[in-house]
Design a protein around this ligand. Structure first.
Ligand code: HEC
Length: 174
């Protein structure tokens, strides 16, 4: 029994030293071009979804989803540069979005999967260690973020002409 425990302890130390050498020795590649092993991607996706679900508790305002709010949301979406990474009806994603890893999803595909509270939480707080910024830190108010969420929810049915007219004159925030 004693020998057995000692062997486990020794093995744990060897594995620990091996990991330390691998990571601190620079052997692990942080390149944005290297693919994560499938198990890592699976685990990170699950952790992200569970974290968003647990944290997203804010209630949408009473006016949520009315036309004025959706239009204001399109304007706000354009001025915070969401379209650069996620695209928009009739708007091309900027070339650099192809170099982001994990890659930014097309929001009309996720609009139905995430609740308004979950969308609000993601846009407000961002997603750590990805290219998704926290827009609260970028200066957006809760009202602005709710309007963006109202617009994102309507994205699947928004035509190019609608988006163009709702976002016309938008100035990129600097
Ligand atoms: C610099 C690029 C960039 C910008 C600008 C950006 N995003 Fe993102 N966004 C990302 C990336 C990358 C991800 C994917 C993160 C991941 O896979 O965990 C993401 C994820 C998201 C998600 C979560 C999708 C999901 O399936 O969980 C939402 C919602 C979102 N972004 C909305 C927005 C909105 C709205 C804006 C503008 C206010 C915005 N993003 C601006 C890069 C960006």
């Amino acid at each position: 029994m004693r020998f057995f425990l000692a062997a486990i302890g020794a093995l744990a130390i060897i594995v620990g030293l091996g990991c330390a050498a691998f990571f601190f020795g620079g052997f692990y590649s942080v390149a944005g071009t290297s693919d994560d092993p499938a198990a890592v991607t699976w685990a990170l996706t699950r952790v992200r979804a569970a974290s968003i679900e647990r944290h997203a508790n804010d209630k949408p305002p009473a006016s949520f989803g009315d036309d004025a709010m959706v239009r204001k949301g399109a304007m706000t979406y354009a001025s915070y540069g969401c379209a650069n990474c996620h695209g928009a009806p009739g708007v091309k994603w900027l070339k650099y979005s192809e170099g982001l890893h994990p890659d930014p999803p097309d929001l009309k595909d996720v609009a139905g999967e995430l609740s308004p509270a979950e969308l609000f939480w993601v846009v407000k707080n961002g997603i750590n260690m990805t290219g998704m910024p926290s827009f609260a830190q970028a200066g957006a108010s809760d009202d602005e973020i709710w309007s963006i969420v109202a617009f994102v929810k309507k994205l699947p049915g928004t035509s190019e002409a609608d988006y163009k007219s709702w976002s016309s004159g938008a100035q990129l925030k600097q």
